[in-house]
Ligand binder design. Sequence first.
Ligand code: ADP
Length: 457
Amino acid sequence: METDVIVIGGGGGGYPAAFRLARSGYKVVIIDPKGELGGNCLFSGCIPSKTVREIAQMVWRNNRILKTSIRPDFSIVQDHKDKVQETRFIQHREELKEFKENVELIKGTAKLLDNKTVRVDVEGEGREIEIRGRYVIIATGSEPVKPKFPGSEFAITSDDLYGYKTNIRKLPDDITIVGGGYIALETATILKSLGYSVRVLVRSGRVLKGFENEIVETLLPLLDINIMYNSPLLEIRKKSENEFEVLYSDEKGNKKSISTGLVMLATGRKPVLPEGASGILALDSKGHISVDEAMRTNLPNVFATGDVNGKAPYFHAAVRMSVAASYNIMSNGVATDYVDYKSIPVTIFTIPPAAYVGIMPSEAKKLGLSVIEASYDMKNDPMAQMYDEMGGVLKLYFERGSLRLIGAWIVGVHAGFVINELGQAVAHGLTARQLAEFADQHPTTNELVAYTARKVL
Ligand code: ADP
């Protein structure tokens, strides 16, 4: 079989490029063992976890403001999650119909034979086909790291908790989450808001590595979760179906144990490479496929987008990279579109959330950039007052002289929404004056952007 472009992986790094190329007349074959578009984000990641999160936030707000004590049946929460996933699978099937002249989705796992040829093990058919393409986009994503230690087989990962039609429909009262990254903390606040007792075991002395210290210090007191620092996990012992003994080492190195109903490991993610890729493609020190800003690998006709290149492991970043790869293929492999990783917002959807974009003060210092800071206390935000969630801060960083917004962060109500406006400003080099002169919609948390920008003028 011959095609113009082979896309390996049907997630955010894969299908946007396929559709864009198809619109310009390219023939595209997408390969994914799921036989559906949406990737891990839709199957077990952002969409299902944020569906559960939205319900958890509703419950939490209800219980606080209306003085109720709702604790939803977790199976109903999971049913709703599955329904949202189903809706989106159907939506993607409709999109595929729209592009049926030029895009074919093959359900299977792809192996790279060389830079132009893949062999696909077609799912359920027990046969292999060979496809040749002028270009290849590798968008095979990432998966949770599941460290091996005694009893590790008793722990679940976020894929098990949020996976489509997962068999986890009921949760025990006491849950232990292992890890200090965004998945661990998001899930801890989600489950706590749904009425479960949650502890987080963290190997080191801090959480959210990679986030600016000040963001973490502002966020953590608002989360009200039990984080046990310097407590590496040693072993899990199964006592019964819903009872596990977790052995860990405490801050002084003493072996301790706790009894819990469920252990979830959230100990990072690692890239998934198609077989054959590591033999022909350059990889970075963590095993991601090395790319430049145009998504080009060391082979001129092979592009790698999304989590697999490790540049910015978020769905919206994968989409941006995918679109860039499609433009660069349409210009015959000559780089014409470059991804600016710095203007991609990052949000941690804890309850409450935090988000940042651009250059943070510690980095500005290293770069020798002189910065003017303006901040706003969330307690004065009308939305924060309406929800009675008055904790948090918005900070804007302007380059001294030009007054261009180079970075921003926000902890508190609607952080994940407000960061989009700030991301646009960073991406397009907007200044304090331009932000200040925009009439942000009242009453929304976005109006803090103009208000805060006015503080430096
Ligand atoms: P991203 O957001 O970076 O696109 P995802 O993890 O959401 O990443 O999606 C990656 C997709 O790639 C998943 O749906 C997965 O099934 C698919 N995939 C992984 N390995 C292969 C492979 N060898 N052949 C085809 N598809 C693959």
